[in-house]
Each structure stands twice: as C-alpha cells, then as structure tokens.
Write a protein that binds this ligand. Structure first.
Ligand code: PMP
Length: 355
C-alpha cells in the first residue's frame, strides 16, 4: 500500500438495492411507490423554464420549508430539507452524534446507520430486537451519545406506539434522539407532535415513499428551532445549495396535494393488508408491517432460494444475508396487478416444489 493510501478515509459503503436496466421487471426491491407523484408535480416539470437553471437555487429552500411547515403544523424555522432523507440523516449524524459515548440503534434496522457511524468515527452499539423483532425500549435508557431508530422499523415494518417512542425520548434528555419516519405515512403514528415538547427530538421524513418521488431526492427533518439551526450550520459548512430549483418546485406541489397523498397511501395500505392474507394462506409468516413493504418467511422454503427464483422470473425483492434475518424476504407493496403476478409465481413455485 502506498503511503498516501494509508491516509485515505476507508469506508465500507452502504449497498443500495439493485436498480435493473430492464424495463419489464416487477420491481419490489427498494420500497418505491408504484403510483406516480401528485399531478401538480407533472405540471411543474412540463412548465419548468430551463433558463431558471442559470441561477443558483435559494440556499434556505424557504418555499419548501414553508409548505412543509404548514403540513406539519410547525414554523418554517423548525424544518430542514435535504437531498433525500439519507442526506438529512448523514447531516444529523455529523451534527448531533459528537460524543465519546456510543450512539444506540437496533441490531436489525436501516443498514446505513453503522455506515455513517463508521465514516464519521462515531462509536455505536447495536441493541438487539427481541425475539419478535420488537425494539426493547428499556435498552435505550442508559447513558449514550445519541439514539436513532426508524418507526416503523426497517426491514421488519414493525411500528412502535407513540407512548413508547416518547418513553425513549423522555429517558434521553442529554442526547439527541432521531426518529427516522421514512415509512410512517403507511400506518404508524408520527412523533411530530412531540417536537414542541422535546428540544432534543429530530423527526426525519422523506418524499421517496409516500410521495412517490424517490427519483427527485427530497427528505426533511422537523425539530426545535435550536436543533434545526445546528443542522443548518453543518449543512452550510458542507454544501449550501443542496436542493435544486426543480426539486424545490416539485416538492412544494407534492406537499400541497393532500387528497392525492391520502388516496395513494390508503391504496398501498389496502394492498399490503390483502397481501398479508394471501401470503399467509400460502404458509408465509408475515410481520405486522405498517410500512409499504412486507417482511416474510416461510417455514418450508428457504428465503435465499425464493429470492433467486423470483429474480429469474423477473420479480425483484430484497434479501439480506444477515444474522437473524437471512431467512426472510422484504417485499415492497406494488400495485394490485404487480402483487397478483407475485402471488401467481409463488403459488406455482410452492406447488411445483411439493411434487
Ligand atoms: N430511512 C430508512 C429507514 C430507509 O429505509 C430509507 C430508504 N432506503 C431511508 C431512510 C432513505 O430514503 P431517502 O434517502 O430516499 O429519503
């Protein structure tokens, strides 16, 4: 190894789900929304004047913060926006997890957390979920350098009630608690109302799932004005213009269309509940997911084999070869017709294998 190489900040990167080039794939592997964004987003795209691109965007992203503040019933100075919630979370790790004490998160959770912790040299401890994949709230009571967990958790889909979330926050007055609500709009209770009560609470959400805009990259966080100021300071020390002009305009349109948001999230919830029943009839055991994905295992068939067979049939789902979850599949809730294709394949696969 060359001397220069010894000084390189070496990281083990996060591995995102596959984005296949083929168009004919039934893509249920990265928790995207199968429905298009709100119609207003399409109108912005049609009417956008390229001449606008000559100019830098508003570094404060005020129009989007204002729209989000109205929806979340907070003040614009309580809102932070970023390039997807991954960007928001990375900034939050950098800003708030700056202690010698370890930060805490579940052992089975969003696998980006340990990646950021290692990249930023933040000590961390992963606290095991219980045997039913539930977060054990008492595990987050002790002294620590910060706490982060998704609600609902990923990839289990299991949601914690707001009382338990608040219990964790109440036990951590000396550290920042981040609740990652990437999937909250599909059936869990948001911790947003708690930001008025706890100055050290940061709630992070995204446009990638419930607003069908994974490709536009918009995420946001809500917290106390003080917490948000610290986050802005880190952002401005990194890159002032994170949100493009186009993303800001499209984001505002998406937030304003509440009726469309309610309609599409309700449709996904209905498809998810139906999927739990159908897969259950086939012998799959499904967690009671409150997210836009299912987390399933089958007592008689190996998840790794199912994953491969599905892939060969052009149906992409996610498989994690990790302790405790290596016999599970995470399946994004698609349209009803995509799900019918999945059920059809699985019925056929299971019956062929029984012969
Ligand atoms: N948090 C969780 C728990 C996630 O699963 C994801 C999606 N990979 C994200 C955050 C980041 O999503 P995005 O950057 O698209 O907002």
């Amino acid at each position: 190894m060359g001397a220069w190489e010894e000084n390189v900040r070496k990281v083990t990167p996060y591995t995102p789900g596959e984005q296949p080039k083929r168009q004919d794939i039934i893509k249920l592997n990265t928790n995207e929304n199968p429905y298009p964004p709100a119609p207003g987003v399409g109108r912005v795209l049609e009417q956008f004047d390229p001449d606008e691109l000559r100019l830098y965007p508003d570094p404060a992203a005020f129009s989007l913060k204002e729209a989000l503040a109205e929806t979340c019933q907070v003040k614009p100075e309580q809102v932070f926006v970023g390039v997807g919630s991954d960007d928001v979370l990375a900034m939050a790790f950098l800003a708030f997890f700056n202690s010698e004490r370890p930060i805490l998160f579940p052992d089975i959770t969003y696998s980006f957390y340990p990646v950021w912790a290692e990249e930023f040299r933040i000590p961390y401890e992963a606290r095991p979920l219980d045997e039913n994949f539930r977060i054990v709230k008492e595990d987050y009571y002790g002294e620590n350098g910060g706490v982060i967990f998704p609600n609902p958790n990923a990839p289990t889909g299991l949601a914690m009630g707001l009382e338990d979330v608040e219990d964790i926050i109440r036990h951590n007055p000396d550290a920042v608690v981040i609740v990652d609500e990437a999937y909250v709009d599909f059936g869990a209770e948001s911790a947003l109302p708690l930001v008025e009560k706890y100055e050290n609470l940061l709630v992070v959400q995204t446009f990638s799932k419930s607003r069908s805009m994974a490709g536009m990259r918009i995420g946001f966080a809500v917290g106390s004005p003080k917490l948000i100021r610290y986050l802005e300071d880190v952002k401005y020390s990194f890159n002032s213009y994170t949100m493009s002009r186009l993303a800001l305009k499209c984001g505002v349109e998406a937030v304003r269309d509440n009726a469309y948001f309610e309609e599409t999230t309700a449709r996904i919830r209905a498809t998810r509940e139906h999927a739990k029943r159908i897969l259950g009839e086939m012998g799959f055991v499904c967690t009671d997911s409150m997210a836009n994905f299912l987390f399933v295992t089958h007592p008689e068939y190996r998840a790794a084999d199912l994953f491969q067979a599905l892939k060969e049939a052009g149906i992409y789902v996610r498989y994690f070869a990790k302790p405790r979850i290596d016999d599970y599949l995470r399946i994004t809730v698609g349209t009803d017709s995509q799900m019918e294709a999945l059920y059809g394949f699985l019925r056929d696969y299971l019956s062929r294998r029984q012969k």
